[in-house]
Design a protein. Structure first.
Length: 197
């Protein structure tokens, strides 16, 4: 596939089968992530591949984070919600937790370390699509909770930046749409163009 075709055709696809994904395909997805750019070549990404029962601690941690925000986590309604939350990691046969571990190099800007990991995730999504896999990049407040840092043994500066759910898609998704490039772009050819921003 042509790279522009891969970029334009990739979709977030959370509707995947339970079929196991061969480890060699996941390795290709991970390798694509490691080829993202990073300032000072810090390579700040960390990957945790969860399969089988390895997904259970993630579900339990998600439920623990949710329960901490509930007024009465022991109520019947909330217990059902927490049980449903524990099952979330089982929506795909593979979940890749992607984290950042910022470098201690004094020249490094921490925000750029996060940017490098986001670029790694994009590489992973594109590689997975090219390999015929469906992916869904899930984030949200629980990803950034200290309990998640603890689960994955990250440093105080480390942080989970998202979960990439991977599997074989159940169905083709409709063609995507984007705003025309002209709607989100300003061409600046001289100083006067800056004054008109």
């Amino acid at each position: 596939m042509d790279i522009m075709e891969i970029i334009k055709n990739r979709r977030s696809n959370g509707l995947v089968t339970d079929e196991a994904v061969p480890e060699e395909l996941i390795q290709k997805v991970l390798e694509a992530g490691t080829w993202a750019p990073s300032h000072h070549r810090t390579e700040p990404w960390r990957f945790f591949v969860l399969t089988g029962d390895g997904r259970k601690p993630l579900g339990e941690t998600l439920a623990k984070i949710q329960a901490a925000k509930m007024e009465d986590p022991e109520s019947e309604t909330n217990q059902k919600k927490l049980e449903a939350t524990k099952q979330k990691p089982y929506r795909a046969p593979v979940v890749i937790a992607v984290a950042v571990e910022p470098s201690d190099n004094p020249k490094v800007i921490e925000q750029e370390e996060h940017g490098a990991v986001y670029a790694a995730i994009q590489n992973m999504l594109l590689a997975a699509h090219e390999l015929g896999l469906g992916t869904y990049w899930r984030t949200g407040a629980p990803a950034y909770d200290p309990e998640m840092r603890k689960l994955f043994g990250l440093s105080d500066k480390g942080e989970v930046l998202g979960f990439v759910y991977v599997g074989y898609p159940k169905k083709e998704l409709p063609e995507g749409k984007r705003k025309p490039v002209a709607d989100v772009t300003k061409w600046i050819r001289d100083e006067q163009d800056f004054k008109e921003l």
